[in-house]
Design a protein around this ligand. Structure first.
Ligand code: GRF
Length: 200
């Protein structure tokens, strides 16, 4: 059974959605560890309530590489096969990417390559698009640039605020992140250049 390491910084609703699907037997994997770079992250409390191994590795006041060395050590110690970034608000350095090359997923609340970076829902509203959505992608050295595993589209309504739009997108995030983790741990995809294709 593949081991997941989930990295969070806050609320942790994407982590929780994955964890519930793992518990329900819908994702054939085990959550080996949940790590937050913030002690106060609500997601850590949820992880502990669910009986999962949950650690805080504070990033504050540490050199980027020193922080990542601790993170990498903890992930290796728990024999993590696949790292899932779930609202983890730190950009990873090439050192981290090298350690887990091709084995890191992220969820982004926009249809990449549109609106990478922070406040993606507000960027979509400000731009005036009629559809936006979310993307699960492999992580490479860039910001939100790696090969795309799953996407889902949601409409932008006239009365939307960044908050109402974010809530509509979040529902789809919870669905497609589990779908993408399932595809990876079941070894049902292959990567050709930028394209993630289904096997057979
Ligand atoms: C989500 O919108 C995710 O796409 C973005 O940060 C948010 C995290 O939410 N990267 P949660 O912590 O999973 O509830």
């Amino acid at each position: 059974m593949k081991k997941l390491g989930i990295l969070i910084s806050g609320r942790g609703s994407n982590f929780e959605a994955i964890a519930r699907n793992v518990q329900a037997g819908k994702i054939p994997a085990e959550i080996a560890v949940v790590i937050s770079n913030k002690e106060e992250a609500a997601g850590l409390a949820i992880a502990r309530q669910m009986g999962l191994k949950a650690l805080a590795i504070p990033s504050k006041g540490k050199e980027r590489e020193a922080f990542e060395r601790e993170l990498v050590a903890a992930l290796h110690e728990h024999q993590v096969d696949l790292v899932c970034l779930a609202g983890f608000m730190r950009v990873l350095t090439p050192y981290f990417i090298r350690e887990f090359r091709g084995r890191i997923l992220n969820i982004h609340p926009a249809l990449l390559p549109s609106f990478p970076g922070v406040e993606a829902q507000k960027q979509a509203l400000d731009y005036g698009v009629k559809w936006t959505g979310c993307t699960v992608h492999f992580v490479d050295e860039g910001v939100d640039t790696g090969p795309i595993v799953c996407q889902a589209a949601v409409p932008v309504l006239d009365e939307d605020t960044p908050e109402t739009l974010a809530a509509r997108i979040l529902k789809e995030e919870h669905r497609i992140y589990s779908e993408a983790v399932g595809l990876v741990v079941e070894d049902r995809i292959r990567i050709e250049g930028r394209r993630v294709l289904r096997k057979e």
